[in-house]
Design a protein around this ligand. Structure first.
Ligand SMILES: CCCCCCCCCCCCCCCCCCCC(=O)SCCNC(=O)CCNC(=O)[C@H](O)C(C)(C)COP(=O)(O)OP(=O)(O)OC[C@H]1O[C@@H](n2cnc3c(N)ncnc32)[C@H](O)[C@@H]1OP(=O)(O)O
Ligand SMILES: NC(=O)C1=CN([C@@H]2O[C@H](COP(=O)(O)OP(=O)(O)OC[C@H]3O[C@@H](n4cnc5c(N)ncnc54)[C@H](OP(=O)(O)O)[C@@H]3O)[C@@H](O)[C@H]2O)C=CC1
Length: 515
């Protein structure tokens, strides 16, 4: 049987969402590990005045492609950008492009989606469900298509505790919802959203559940694979450890904690933190493309791509390793020294929000006002609170995913493919991974130079001295106010001072005697 890279040789691959976090890693890995692949058709919309060609050109300059550029400088020749706005009828493809795609594409990887938790339902439905439906419709017309791989999420069924590798019945018939929302204006949909999404925490997970159902309904004779990654984090090994380029999921939390802004968050210490490195997800996705095309399973195969059941790690442990890493490798211009704690107790959480977030923000904004600058800290904290509020659902509980298909797929690979397309998360060393993840946020998200770490450490020492001074002044001030008002406080104060004095005299006398 052909190996994975032999299978992709001479094949034309269509990818949506190629400019996104996972899409980029997919493009890079496909070109690097399957160098004989014929062409990658990337469906890209124009954005901020940039055409799809210009956007690809910019994307390929990024550090992510450094290794590939070195190994194969001509790699870009296999990339064919196709202008497409997925929320438009017919995916806004030109007739010419439809013809090319239907004649030549062999495998589709559908990654595009809106992953915002606060996306208005109509838009989330348009992109995550209707666009998927349209892409499947296009796929049905493709003459040589071997496999359609849909990227879903492990949280599409987060209303359940135990999640098998099956497509569950949808919360509502997708077609009916699409028709009902068509005539409603945005305000009505907004008011109805909580009722519609029911047990789901946001429009993202809800529409991803509907999308899976659409994939099943519209699959016809297509060979379908559905990949359900959990919380996708920085790369573990490839193209280099720690690569990450966004603030989504835990990355923003790590950065905010490293900068000393975030001091507390609601999460359960003992809940499993189901992070999965992006390169693991992409390796599994490519292997699933191969398996689906070669074995043509009768019904859609679902792959829960998670770590919790195989190599569990908990939020409490993540907190410990994140703090350790940022103390050793501080971020530049930190607001305060990194010191964050997670708690599942609502009252304790509110207390720390007040004392460690709001109070310092107020003080800092006061300082900014007094020095003639625009206050900004309270605004930053309000946004941070909104973001961590949206993540809380995922960090405060855990789920149990069955990953039999992931294990089955691994057993189907040759020894060589298991190395090249490694998704064996038993080998993942969590403390090492979390360290390289945090360093990755510093290097690739914040573009900070590792050579500037001594200066960042110096800045932390300065912040520590400011804190000591501030605390001492505050203590003396409070005590002075207290002493002025209470006879008992004065008596305690005189007692403590005389005790110290006596101790000092005794210490001096005994040291003179011993000389
Ligand atoms: C206490 C420390 C120790 C840590 C241990 C505990 C950690 C617990 C972490 C728990 C994490 C749990 C994560 C669970 C996620 C599971 C979900 C399922 C997985 C998936 O299937 S999909 C991926 C998940 N999707 C997301 O993560 C998207 C979530 N984001 C949003 O919905 C929106 O961004 C949000 C939060 C509503 C904010 O919207 P808005 O205010 O409109 O801001 P923008 O998004 O437009 O961003 C503007 C600007 O700010 C940057 N940004 C975004 N987020 C952050 C952040 N957290 N910190 C700093 N900066 C951030 C963003 O990049 C934009 O910058 P520009 O330069 O582009 O303007
Ligand atoms: N990140 C994670 O933690 C997880 C992600 N997933 C799933 O993985 C997939 C990829 O996620 P991720 O890479 O993180 O997401 P990103 O937000 O990074 O990327 C989304 C991609 O979709 C494209 N896109 C969005 N809207 C349109 C549109 N109207 N027309 C054309 N293209 C569009 C974006 O293009 P543009 O650059 O033009 O905006 C971008 O390329 C998604 O299906 C998501 O549900 C699943 C589990 C976890």
């Amino acid at each position: 049987m052909a190996s994975v890279s032999e299978f992709y040789a001479g094949k034309c691959v269509l990818i949506t969402g190629a400019t996104g976090f996972m899409g980029k890693v997919l493009v890079e890995k496909l070109l690097r590990s399957c160098p004989e692949v014929k062409a990658l058709y990337l469906l890209i919309r124009t954005k901020q005045g940039q055409s799809s060609q210009q956007r690809i050109h910019t994307m390929l300059q990024s550090k992510l492609f450094d290794r590939l550029r070195e190994e194969n400088p001509d790699f870009h020749k296999r990339i064919i950008p196709v202008s497409s706005e997925l929320t438009q009828p017919g995916l806004a493809l030109s007739d010419e492009d439809v013809q090319t795609l239907t004649q030549s594409v062999h495998i589709i990887f559908h990654c595009a989606a809106t992953i915002r938790f606060d996306e208005p339902l109509k838009h989330a439905l348009q992109l995550n469900v209707i666009a998927t439906q349209q892409l499947l419709c296009l796929a049905q017309q493709m003459q040589q298509l071997h496999a359609f791989i849909h990227i879903s999420t492990a949280y599409a069924n987060c209303n359940r505790r135990h999640i098998d590798e099956v497509i569950y019945p949808p919360p509502v018939e997708p077609g009916k919802l699409i028709h009902s929302l068509e005539w409603m204006d945005d305000a009505i949909v907004h008011d109805l959203t909580p009722r519609l999404i029911g047990d789901w925490p946001n429009t993202y997970t809800y529409t991803k559940a509907l999308a899976e159902c659409v994939v099943q309904q519209e699959s016809g004779k297509l060979n379908i694979g559905i990949i359900r990654p959990s919380i996708v984090g920085a790369s573990w090994q490839e193209p280099f450890p720690g690569w990450i380029d966004n603030f989504n999921g835990p990355s923003g939390v790590f950065i905010a904690a490293g900068k000393g802004i975030l001091r507390t968050m609601r999460a359960s210490n003992d809940a499993v933190a189901d992070l999965i490195p992006v390169d693991v997800v992409i390796n599994l996705t490519l292997a699933a493309g191969w398996y689906t095309a070669v074995h043509r399973p009768k019904s859609a195969m679902v792959y829960n791509c998670t770590t919790g059941g195989i190599n569990p790690f908990h939020w409490g442990e993540i907190e410990h390793h994140v703090m350790l890493t940022f103390k050793r490798n501080p971020l530049e211009q930190a607001f305060r020294r990194p010191n964050a704690n997670i708690t599942s107790n609502y009252l304790i959480y509110q207390y720390w929000i007040l004392v460690s977030h709001k109070f310092p923000a107020l003080l800092y904004d006061l300082f900014l006002r007094l020095s003639g600058q625009k206050p900004q800290m309270m605004r930053i904290f309000n946004r941070l609170h909104k973001a961590i509020g949206l993540l809380e659902y995922f960090s405060s509980q855990d789920w149990e995913w069955n990953s039999d298909n992931m294990n089955m797929l691994m057993n189907q690979l040759s020894t060589e493919d298991r190395k090249v397309f490694n998704f064996d998360v038993r080998q993942l060393n969590w403390p090492e991974y979390i360290e390289s993840y945090c360093i990755g946020t510093k290097k690739y998200v914040l573009n900070e130079d590792m050579a500037d770490i001594p200066a960042a450490r110096q800045h932390l020492r300065k912040l520590r001295n400011i804190r000591y001074t501030f605390n001492t002044v505050l203590l003396v001030f409070i005590w002075r106010v207290f002493i002025a008002r209470s006879q008992m406080a004065r008596n305690i104060w005189y007692f403590v001072v005389s005790l110290c004095f006596k101790f000092l005299s005794y210490f001096r006398a005994s040291s003179t005697l011993t000389k």
